[in-house]
Design a protein around this ligand. Structure first.
Ligand code: SF4
Length: 98
């Protein structure tokens, strides 16, 4: 589990545990070659800073899911071009690629 991530925080009332994405599943996705690309992905420092923001955000559900966009934040925070999708409280922004 990443720092600041509290999986026990809140769960969607409509979904049981079988729909909860696991840390192992996330790590399996993040092991894919596309997430090793420094062209497409932020460095570890930016990634950690983004996840800290998500970890303290009221829009984070179950420690993994952003309820504004439905994305898994551990995955979306990897992409340089992504930004926090909350128009009322943008907590992290895209990083210009070189
Ligand atoms: S609204 Fe932004 S900061 Fe909050 S969980 Fe979603 S991506 Fe993270």
């Amino acid at each position: 589990m990443k720092p600041g991530m509290d999986r026990s925080a809140r769960n969607c009332k409509g979904c049981d545990d079988s729909y909860t994405v696991t840390e192992a599943q996330i790590q399996r996705i993040l092991a894919a070659p596309m997430f090793q690309s420094s062209e497409r992905c932020v460095d570890d420092e930016v990634y950690a800073a983004r996840l800290r923001e998500c970890g303290s955000c009221p829009k984070l559900m179950s420690g993994t899911t952003c309820i504004v966009c439905g994305c898994i934040v551990q995955i979306s925070a990897k992409y340089k071009e992504k930004s926090c999708p909350n128009p009322n409280d943008v907590r992290w922004r895209s990083v210009a690629s070189h």
